[in-house]
Design a protein around this ligand. Structure first.
Ligand code: SAH
Ligand code: SF4
Ligand code: F3S
Length: 536
């Protein structure tokens, strides 16, 4: 714990200037001079990089700016302001953004030559803004605004300040900002699915990870505000929500009282921080959210393998609208590497958990994140990762070569000593195991009928695209099929369709649509099958 506090975001990150202390509460927003016109009719172009949380944050930013009279555009030439929502997770993620900034710098210069009355402003938001702070402006002179993940309420003011040619930076982290009262405005209003942030920040301090430094301390948004957002989305015709957090199973709404006793961590799991006490937990949230609309699919990500209580498994099993798909990032299959990563579990504890989950929820789909080439990783240790991937049947895996990040514990304590070619080779070997196994798992589904939520049309082929309960893509031809009222009708995005699987690749199924249905009808006569057997 001591170590964590020492290494975590320091007091400095929560304070601006000499006097503006914002250890709790929102950043203090000084009044603007009366004559500053904040945003009327200024058009904003959004660029979003990184994880789903950035997408959800962009919808919060858009809501804040829209309220102040800004408009949105998807055409570069119409834009007055470019806001780039950034990611800092790996060097590769940042280099993509530097490329985009090169382009925007050129655009800004051309505009200033062409039309002096309409200068372009560039704002950098999100994790890279938080990581680099003022250095971003020093390095990239074209940048006008730098705003970290907890300072989006301040954006109208920051943008107004740039009218006088000033640059503006707010990278304060907050202990309690959850934007609970900001109703996000969706960027793609036609999409049948939406993302909802249920918590912000992370206290885990995995030694390789920059997130605790860019997003600050963990805090949860109240259950009531999340359930209300789900209800509003349901009214807008959204059929699937994904609840987002870096570690959803440590969710705590401490504003509410709970009579339940706190659960202990399962055998073999430890945590570097003291978990919060009391309040409503993730199982309570799932219960509330899944009750809003039985036809709304509920997903969530990411679930740290520690603190995975049986109540959560029970509610997932019971509720047909909670997808039986768990993102359970292992990161490595080697106990020694996991220890260096400070994940708080061993290979055996992870495998025990997988066995417990697959026993509790027959047919559950599992996905993971894996890192290869972490500091000191030997060939034998890497082979344990491959063997874990052989043992556990992952339907989806995100596989990454390790990328050293400044500030992290690994940066200070370990050496990034696995050569790039070795990382690359190990990465390819992980991909090979993953693809081969997915192909086998998916082929076993041929002949089965899946419940598919239709998302839209594949541009290239004109076929329809949807996802099954495990979030795997299913493509099929448009056609009239039996509707709920025993008529026939074409398939539209947002429909639930029973699709027979007729072909399988490692990352996509092809299917034949059978009939229109709903979650409740589809699961009325069938139980979720016992497909997955883990052999240890
Ligand atoms: N909170 C989530 C992960 C968020 S980051 C969790 O704990 O599961 C997404 C993924 O990026 C991580 O799971 C990890 O696999 C990967 N990642 C994080 N830092 C990395 C680094 N320095 N190099 C390579 N991959 C990294
Ligand atoms: Fe990073 Fe670990 Fe937190 Fe995930 S749980 S965001 S990997 S520190
Ligand atoms: Fe990237 Fe920040 Fe998400 S670093 S992965 S955008 S939390």
């Amino acid at each position: 714990m001591k170590d964590k506090v020492k290494n975590g975001p320091g007091l400095k990150e929560f304070i601006i200037g000499d006097s503006e202390t914002v250890l709790t509460g929102r950043p203090h927003i000084p009044y603007l001079p009366e004559n500053v016109e904040i945003g009327s009719k200024r058009k904003v172009y959004f660029d979003v990089y990184g994880c789903q949380m950035n997408l959800s944050d962009t919808e919060i930013v858009w809501s804040i700016l829209k309220n102040e009279g800004f408009e949105k555009t998807e055409i570069e030439d119409e834009a007055d302001i470019f806001l780039v929502m950034t990611c800092a997770i790996r060097e590769g993620a940042e280099s993509k953004i530097w490329h985009r900034l090169d382009h925007l710098r050129g655009f800004k210069r051309r505009r200033s030559l062409k039309n002096k009355q309409r200068p372009v402003k560039i704002g950098i938001l999100g994790c890279m803004a938080e990581r680099l702070k003022e250095k971003l402006i020093e390095k990239e002179k074209a940048v006008d605004v730098v705003a970290g993940p907890d300072s989006y309420r301040d954006l109208p003011r920051l943008l107004a300040l740039t009218n006088g040619g000033q640059t503006a930076v707010n990278v304060l982290l907050s202990l309690d900002e959850t934007y609970a009262d900001v109703v996000p405005v969706r960027l793609n209003e036609d999409s049948v699915s939406a993302f909802i942030s249920i918590m912000r920040g992370c206290d885990n301090m995995c030694t390789y990870c920059i997130v605790p430094f860019t997003r600050g301390r963990e805090r949860s948004r109240p259950v009531s505000s999340i359930a209300e957002e789900v209800r509003q989305l349901a009214d807008q015709g959204v059929r699937e929500v994904t609840l987002l957090g870096q570690n959803v199973n440590s969710y705590r709404d401490v504003s509410q009282h709970s009579d339940k006793l706190d659960t202990q961590l399962a055998k073999g799991f430890k945590t570097v921080y003291k978990s919060k006490k009391g309040g409503l937990r993730f199982a309570d949230l799932l219960e509330k959210v899944s009750s809003v609309d039985p036809e709304m699919r509920i997903r969530f990500t990411a679930a740290h393998p520690k603190d995975f209580p049986d109540e959560v498994l029970q509610i997932i099993k019971e509720r047909p609208n909670i997808c039986k798909a768990l993102h359970l990032p292992a990161q490595s299959g080697s106990t020694e590497v996991l220890q260096r990563m400070r994940r708080g579990y061993s290979r055996e504890a992870y495998l025990d958990l997988v066995r417990h989950i697959t026993d509790s929820i027959p047919g559950v789909g599992l996905s993971t994140d894996m890192i290869c080439g972490f500091c000191g990783e030997t060939e034998e240790e890497f082979q344990e990762t491959l063997s874990l991937m052989e043992i556990v049947d992952y339907n989806i895996a995100f596989l990454f070569p390790y990328s050293m990040r400044e500030k992290t514990t690994a940066y200070r304590r370990y050496k990034d000593d696995v050569p790039e070619e070795v990382k690359k080779d190990r990465h390819n070997r992980m991909i090979e195991v993953y693809r081969r196994k997915c192909q086998i798992l998916n082929e076993a589904e041929v002949g089965n009928t899946h419940l598919v939520l239709v998302e839209g049309v594949v541009k290239k082929t004109g076929q329809l695209l949807g996802r099954n309960e495990l979030y795997l893509k299913v493509v099929f031809n448009q056609q009239e099929i039996l509707s709920e009222d025993n008529g026939q009708r074409l398939i539209r995005p947002g429909d639930y369709v029973a699709v027979k699987i007729i072909g399988a690749k490692s990352s996509v199924f092809s299917g034949m649509p059978l009939y229109h249905t709903s979650i409740s009808d589809f699961y009325r006569d069938r139980t979720w099958g016992d497909r997955r057997v883990v052999t240890l």
